[in-house]
Design a protein around this ligand. Sequence first.
Ligand code: HDD
Length: 700
Amino acid sequence: MSKAKQNGANGGAAATSPSAMPSASVGNGGEWHQGQADGTLSTNQGLPVADNQNSLRAGARGPTLLEDFILREKITHFDHERIPERIVHARGTGAHGYFELSESLAPFSRAKVLTEVGQRTPLFARFSTVAGGSGSSDTPRDVRGFAVKLYTKEGNWDLVGNSIPVFFIQDAIKFPDLIHAVKMEPDRGFPQAATAHDTFWDFISLTPEAMHMVLWAMSDRTLPRSLRMMEGFGIHSFRLLNEGGESTFVKFHWRPALGLQSTIWDEAVKIAGADPDFHRRELFEAISNGQFPQWDLAVQLFTEEQAAAFPFDHLDATKLIPEELVPLKTIGRMVLDRWPDNFFAETEQVAFCPSHLVPGIDFSDDPLLQGRLFSYLDTQLSRLGSPNFHQLPINAPQCPFGNGQRDGHMQTQRPSGRVAYEPNSLSTETPRERPDGFRSAAVAADGAKGRIRAASFGDHYSQARQFYLSQGVHEQAHIASALVFELSKVEHPHIRAAMVGHLRHVDADLAGRVAAGLGIERLPEAPAAMQPVQQLPPSPALQLIGKMKATLEGRAVGLLVADGSDRALVDGIVAAVRQAGAGCKIIARRIGEVALSDQSRLKVDAQLAGTPSVMFDAVAVVLSAKAGAELSLEAAAVDFVRDAFGHLKAIAADDGARALLAKAGVVDDEGVVAAADCAAFVRAAMTRQWGREKSVRTLA
Ligand code: HDD
């Protein structure tokens, strides 16, 4: 009998005792069996099943018997196959990979993961939307969760961050209110995965500290083109502690190797219909194709004295430290190179907790972080149902671990011996303290007890203003339009007015644009601000559009063809696009093949009606004159081109495609190029045609 059979369905992959560590088999595909190792279908007790098609009946047409324990085991398991979804970040996807350190932080930290240059630390990363349920779509306007579990030699370190460097609230006690306001409204059960509704904006309008994050949320940052093309932030200040116990503050940043890229709002909406799994599919395909997503890990390091001189409080999670004030230092990279074997066992059951850290890293007193330290462990107990959730292979440390904790639901370890306490004199084998184990920063804490908000947390508008003024004209327009869209869905006029009032503190022009977009004729009063708005210098590093990398690497191009399309043009475009590092999908009215101009056959990757141009970063259309005329009468083809134009994408077209372009209202500009000029197409496709925007859309 195999080991897997003896140990049950999980093959005993979890840690069984400190000495049996590490649990290196996590997700390696070899240990988690379906059925028996010899291929026989069995019950969970190992009983070989002879008939998996029919339940046990009294007669061929008679009643099913209660005796049928095989049926009952199977259905009972099925009935319990769902666990409570995460109250936030329910929809997510993840992958395995590693972190490789390139620069030691030894002067600042004794954490091995931050000091052993060249070491590869295994990790699991999960990306998520926040508001929607697990079955919602990938592309709503939403912050993205960016959670990384590093299985270091000294224990698991979870960096549980987001795609935006600040947060809505300053104190964890407001988190349930924030989430109740953003989630679907409890009396009606909608909207799903959307902030555009009354309760969200009501709460926000009464929470001035949220204004900075609101501006980020209304920017294109919340419309990522790909999970591989967004930044991640640890948000809070953490502490690093060196061998001497000296402490330095640190902020963590993940920077995508493919650069930043987002979609246009209209595009995000259409992607949600065309492919609700757009982001997870794209991540899956990239990893399957060996295009492993990568991020640099960068840190901002600063001392207590420097922090005291900042024009804001770094313990306030609604504030960031501009790069111009504390530059970023890149210390390593994360590579995601392995898709999980099983979505539920890994991506669903992975349990992140900001309280998971390693010697050499410590928390700051940020009151949002302090509250998080409680919440995550607590939520895993209800979500995963047992204090033994750390024994699940995806959550188990990959270093030795052990203590006197015993028993509980779903205990998979079999600790031997009679001693489960410390200190003891009966065993030399049991786990003991280690002087070089985790120690908290020896920071003095002395103050009057009270429910107090520091006065230094009172400046709610200065960084919101700084963010807005740091943006280029296009992104400022997108922010204004997003605010108009969101607030136009709010039924209560006083909430809309209150929001415009707040915006007056951010920027008069922005407030005016939003008021005009909402049909508000007289600007509402700005609320009293706790502290005067500071004129902080614009920070170009806060831009998204301005920081986008001109590249086709990792992007996708759609090439629309039909019978009779010119072979040389098709070949030229495919080759140029692939050369530039992008994928190229052939699209036609039907899947199968098309016959090109030279009668050669070309395999079609996707059907036109099911593959709108929102799936691509740029499109090319190569058609015979006859096919061009026919497709001009095909709504899906007209939309394909019209949307590509409206979404500011490069379009390559040959003469035969011109009728279709004309029908779609495409007007020649720098982004509309001849299909024969592959170099010009690749150049144009590396960026969006921002100059076109004012001709296709009225922005607030
Ligand atoms: Fe949270 C999940 C990120 C504040 C309570 N949070 C969760 C996840 C991410 C974040 C990425 C999903 C992890 C995964 O993929 O499983 N949360 C943040 C960030 C915050 C933040 C960046 C502010 C800087 N969160 C926050 C507060 C509280 C919570 C203030 C409660 C006091 N968050 C939770 C939670 C979740 C969670 C309820 C739901 C599922 C889970 O923990 O495992 O405990």
